[in-house]
Design a protein around this ligand. Structure first.
Ligand code: ZN
Length: 300
């Protein structure tokens, strides 16, 4: 989903950019055909009057986005859902991860849940561009693929530190800095085995922990981009939501949260607002046999 500058200013909930969806054309569509196994490409191109190129993106109407198939204009924002799922990832659905690409060349990952590294990799974006990650909270379905991006990204060419932002917690050991310090300790054997064999510039991490109680305060201000944080209501203290503002465009990402006054306030003027949804608390109790207490904890 691209957002031109003139995109109407109204909040919408949206799951954007299906990177792995099946593409289908309508009868009479001149763009291509779907034969159930793949696009009928070369043969169709030979019969078409439309000029095609093996290298240049064609200016055409499209309903879905395929990696590297669409230029991003200078004033546009593109949001790609790399994951929208649960802690138990599936082949068809990674856990939470949204990539925001800006026309100025900046790219940001919001959450990087389990399984999402594969989706990120599929986009074929050079890893030096994917060095900024904003974590909403420390559930694995929101940061469980960070070590994959940390190691795999460096292995595949990132030669700058991986920069990570995330909230503090109600105690030091419940904060982002603690989690990522110990994640890097977990990788001691992995890193030791690479020493001397690889460019180590990419195997470092810049961790930016901020107070989870900040309300609409900036935690990132670079290159005309402002990213703010505000509290989320989820599980225990230490969960946050984010907004990103650039070029008069605003993206808001809830990560996991119960609907709350902060989201309502800071998402109301967003061009795109992404809010989590989950099984309703009554259904957790009645259909899945959670206790009411557990349902409230899990479902909010
Ligand atoms: Zn969560």
């Amino acid at each position: 989903m691209r957002l031109p500058r003139s995109f109407p200013k109204k909040p919408i909930c949206f799951i954007a950019g299906i990177a792995f969806g099946a593409w289908m054309s309508s009868p009479g569509d001149t763009q291509g055909t779907w034969n159930g196994f793949g696009l009928v490409g070369a043969a169709y191109a030979q019969e078409s009057d439309v000029e095609v190129s093996p290298t240049m993106v064609r200016d055409r109407h499209r309903d879905v986005y395929y990696p590297n198939s669409e230029d991003l204009a200078e004033d546009e924002m593109r949001v790609i859902a790399c994951g929208t799922g649960m802690p138990t990832t599936r082949a068809a659905q990674a856990a939470a991860c949204f990539l925001v690409e800006l026309g100025n060349g900046d790219k940001f990952l919001f959450d990087i849940g389990s399984g999402s590294a594969e989706r990120i990799s599929s986009l074929q974006i050079p890893y030096n561009y994917l060095n900024k990650v904003f974590i909403g909270h420390l559930h694995t379905d929101h940061f469980g693929a960070l070590h994959d991006l940390f190691i795999g990204g460096a292995l595949m060419g990132r030669n700058v530190p991986l920069r990570v932002w995330g909230p503090s917690g109600p105690a030091p050991e419940l904060g982002t800095a603690y989690a990522l310090e110990h994640m890097q300790k977990m990788l001691t054997w992995d890193l030791a085995g690479r020493a001397g064999n690889v460019d180590f510039r990419g195997y470092s991490m810049e961790v930016n922990e901020f107070d989870y109680k900040l309300e609409n305060e900036p935690v990132y201000e670079e290159n005309g981009v402002i990213i703010r944080t505000f509290p989320a209501i989820h599980s225990i203290d230490g969960a946050v939501s984010y907004s990103l503002e650039w070029n008069d465009l605003k993206f808001v990402f809830s990560s996991d949260t119960y609907p709350n006054k902060w989201f309502k306030e800071y998402a109301k003027d967003a061009d795109i607002a992404i809010h989590e949804c989950f099984i309703a608390v009554p259904d957790l109790v009645n259909k899945m046999k959670f206790t009411p207490e557990s349902a409230l904890l899990v479902g909010t």
